[in-house]
Unconditional design. Structure first.
Length: 424
């Protein structure tokens, strides 16, 4: 998630409650990769495993830049032309033209096209290292990273720019044309730690209709690390895990490693069954069995669902939600939700304290009054409770169901032995 708010600790006085803080993640600038300016490279995206290309092999000015299955075609091969000062232009082999930030647009989502080589600032990129042999390309004019827009894994996914978050969709492997280097496939990581873990911020693993997001959105409020891994996928049921070690501000969340079904500032994986309008009253059963292991010292965290709702049925990256519905099934160390407690409710045979707040969108949190490690609920029941109170309109759409752990501080591990959510 690229924007989230700080949560608070229940044990901290109400004056510390935060009513909505957009978190800006500033990435450190690593040493630039070694670039051979005499070589031609395929630029293979870490998230999709596909190569950047000039669409359709066009030689025309203004031709778009997209991704496609890697081939030996010249329109997928680029040369780094030295502009001095650590910047390069990306020259397409087939057209002898360069990648250009179109119309000098510095906004998030601006597209790249090809254009004659003018050695202009909007045609220049610096190269920053990520882990595992991947690099990011930062445009000189906008200071934003080249990326595959909205985490597309499809052929034709467009190449755009966004603030540098070191996301897997912003990372590329430079594969020498004809060099025989192994190209990563979708969701793989070159040089991953033992056990198949992914430990970079926003690393992702696709598991059937879900994907696991190493969402380290609050990492700048402390120091530490977190990893995710996948275990198994069987039909609609997945098993996965995450481990962490965080220090720093005790009243702010460092991460929300989670499985995602549906929207997450764009749609990464199809077939989720979402969105659904609340008025349709669709059954959404979910089961979640997990183990939490904590090591010494102070540990503050929750294990929780995070549901998102919109007024529209087809939100994109540009559409923030109107409502966030959390269901806390486990908490430790005094972690508490945004807002104030309104009442206690019983849903599915379990008791929850219901909190209500607003951080620029509505936040409703059902906090289980006793911890559990085995969840069997119908998400529809929680949504209907809010509709019946008049706090949510039934005309809204449930667009996303996420399930994971928000970690404030501490060292531990969450092992999801089985998880499934189905929209019926």
């Amino acid at each position: 998630m690229r924007t989230r708010r700080l949560r608070t600790l229940g044990m901290i006085c109400a004056s510390l409650l935060v009513a909505g803080t957009a978190t800006v993640i500033t990435m450190s600038q690593a040493n630039a990769a070694v670039i051979d300016t005499s070589a031609w490279y395929n630029l293979v995206n870490r998230n999709s495993g596909k190569a950047m290309e000039i669409t359709g092999g066009s030689t025309a000015d203004q031709a778009t830049v997209t991704q496609n299955t890697r081939s030996s075609a010249n329109h997928q091969q680029f040369q780094f032309v030295d502009s001095g000062g650590g910047y390069y232009r990306l020259r397409a082999r087939h057209s002898n033209k360069v990648i250009d930030l179109w119309q000098w647009n510095a906004a998030d989502g601006a597209e790249f096209r090809q254009w004659p080589d003018l050695n202009a600032n909007n045609q220049q990129f610096r190269v920053l290292d990520s882990d595992g042999g991947y690099v990011r390309l930062i445009n000189r004019h906008s200071n934003k990273a080249l990326e595959v827009w909205e985490w597309s894994t499809a052929n034709g996914g467009r190449i755009s720019q966004f603030s540098d978050l070191n996301g897997a969709n912003q990372q590329f492997q430079l594969v020498r044309a004809g060099g025989g280097n192994t190209t990563p496939g979708p969701g793989t990581t070159t040089g991953a730690p033992p056990g198949g873990q992914r430990c970079a911020a926003y690393d992702a693993v696709t598991m059937g209709k879900y994907w696991i997001n190493n969402n380290l959105w609050g990492q700048n409020s402390g120091s530490g690390s977190q990893c995710i891994w996948s275990n198994s996928t069987s039909g609609n049921t997945i098993s996965w895990g995450t481990s962490w070690n965080w220090t720093g501000q005790t009243n702010s969340v460092k991460s929300y490693a989670s499985s995602i079904l549906g929207w997450h500032w764009g749609t990464r994986v199809a077939g989720s069954g979402l969105p659904v309008q609340l008025s349709a009253n669709r059954s959404i059963p979910s089961t979640w069995n997990y183990n939490v292991s904590l090591q010494g010292g102070s540990n503050t965290l929750n294990v929780a669902y995070d549901l998102w709702a919109h007024t529209i049925s087809n939100p994109t990256y540009a559409n923030n939600p109107t409502d966030e519905i959390m269901i806390w099934t486990y908490r430790a160390g005094g972690a508490g939700p945004v807002g104030t407690r309104q009442t206690t409710v019983t849903i599915g045979g379990a008791s929850y304290d219901l909190y209500r707040g607003n951080i620029g969108w509505n936040v409703f949190s059902f906090v289980r009054t006793s911890n559990t490690s085995s969840v069997n609920i119908n998400l529809r029941d929680f949504l209907n409770d809010l509709v019946s109170r008049g706090w949510m309109s039934s005309s809204k759409y449930l667009t996303s169901v996420q399930a994971g752990t928000e970690v404030f501080i501490g060292q531990g591990r969450l092992d999801t032995t089985s998880y499934t959510t189905n929209v019926q």
